[in-house]
Structures are given as C-alpha cells and as structure tokens.
Design a protein around this ligand. Structure first.
Ligand SMILES: CSC[C@@H](O)[C@@H](O)C(=O)COP(=O)(O)O
Ligand SMILES: [Zn+2]
Length: 217
C-alpha cells in the first residue's frame, strides 16, 4: 500500500479530487449531502478510483479527504492510515465494474429521495414523463422510464450484491438507482455529467413529491 504523495497529477486540471470536493460542497448546500451523508468517486485511467473517505463533512472536503482504491477495494493511496474509504465503496466498485464507461459515481441523500422511495413497493419506481428525462439519456415521446429500487440492508455488501445480481440480468433504463429510505446513486461518463444527473434526478423527485401533494401523479 502506498501512502499519499503529492505529485505532478495534484493539480486542479488533472486531479479529480478538486472537482469532487466542489461537487460535494454544491450538493451539501442543496441539502443533499447533509453532514457526512453521501459519497462521491471518480475513476482514473488505471481503473482505480478516488472516493470520499468515510465520515467526512461533505461541505468542507479537501484533497486529503479521499482514498484511492482498486476495483476490488484494495487501498492504494491515502493521506494517513487512519482514513478509511467510504463505507459504501463496494457499491462504487460494482458500478464501475458493471459499467466500463462510467467515470464518476455520485451518491446523495435528499428528503425527496426518501419520500419517493415509498411511492411503490415494487422493484422499480416509474418516473413521470417529464422533458427532464431526456437529460438522463431517454429521448422518447411520453417516456415510460423506471428507476430501480433496492432495499437498504444494514450490510452494505448485501446491497451491492443485489445491485450486481439485478443489473447483470437487466440493465437499468437510466444511469441511476435508488436505495429505499437511504439515497440515490448515479453514474456517468464524466464528472460534469454525474453532477447534472444528480440535479436532474433531484428535480424529478421534487416534482414527484409536489405532484403527489397536488394529486396529479
Ligand atoms: C450520515 S450517515 C450516512 C452513511 O451511513 C452512508 O449512507 C453515507 O452515505 C456516507 O457514508 P460514508 O462512509 O461517509 O461514505
Ligand atoms: Zn449513503
């Protein structure tokens, strides 16, 4: 295991930890990463990825609040030995393993995610046919798009195994999944797109909660 060494890659343009920290601060200000909630990661060319360290306040991350791990969860780099990778690293491992084009994986907790996760007891939650769905890659008239829902087991590896099992036989329609009573995870081919996907999905969930209150969805 290597200890973290500042290097030539430690610059704002090439080191994704700066953009991850900015995104986390933005999500924190939206109330989607309250306190230490949520975790963000970015894949590197060698297939390892930087992920937020466990239990860090997401509104004030710095580059030392990340751990670089392999696709099998082995720790490669960190600022000090007492920093642990996110408790949900194994979910990021599953996403990067299943979706080779994924370059970023973002997981946030919002009030609306938790509310909409009760709108169905099924394995998939139907999204309203909003124009915003196009932003998630579905260019259809009156789209019938569902987001997969997983149960929030205490053991995170069990959640990860269920994601892996289900997605191995049926790919999701959109690059997102919901964990009931917990949060939403999105993945994308760039950090910018992952941030946009979080915003779009949160907009759709806000709409769903408001529409339910108005009795229209
Ligand atoms: C605020 S507790 C939330 C955690 O249990 C977990 O769900 C989470 O998203 C953050 O865990 P972390 O280990 O900091 O990445
Ligand atoms: Zn979480």
């Amino acid at each position: 295991m290597l200890n973290y060494q500042p290097s030539v890659t430690n610059s704002k343009t090439t080191d994704p930890r700066f953009e991850l920290s900015d995104a986390a601060r933005y999500f924190y200000r939206q109330d989607w990463m309250v306190g230490t909630a949520g975790n963000l990661s970015a894949r590197l060319p060698d297939d390892s990825f930087w992920i937020t360290a466990s239990g860090k306040a997401k509104g004030e991350l710095s580059t030392s609040d990340f751990v670089r791990v392999t696709l099998t969860g082995e720790i490669l780099e960190r600022a000090s030995a007492n920093i642990k990778p996110s408790a949900e690293t194994i979910i990021h491992q599953v996403i990067y393993s299943l979706f080779p084009a994924a370059q970023a994986c973002y997981h946030v907790h919002s009030i609306e995610v938790n509310l909409v996760s009760h709108f169905t007891e099924k394995l998939n939650l139907l999204l309203p046919p909003l124009e915003m769905v196009k932003g998630l890659g579905v260019w259809e008239e009156n789209p019938q798009v569902a987001i997969p829902i997983f149960e929030n087991h205490l053991e995170v590896p069990q959640i990860a195994a269920e994601i892996s099992d289900r997605f191995s036989t049926q790919l999701p329609q959109v690059p997102a999944l919901l964990i009931r009573n917990h949060g939403v995870t999105v993945w994308a081919d760039s950090l910018t797109s992952a941030r946009n996907y979080v915003e779009l999905i949160e907009y759709i969930f806000r709409y769903m909660v408001a529409a339910r209150q108005a009795g229209i969805f």
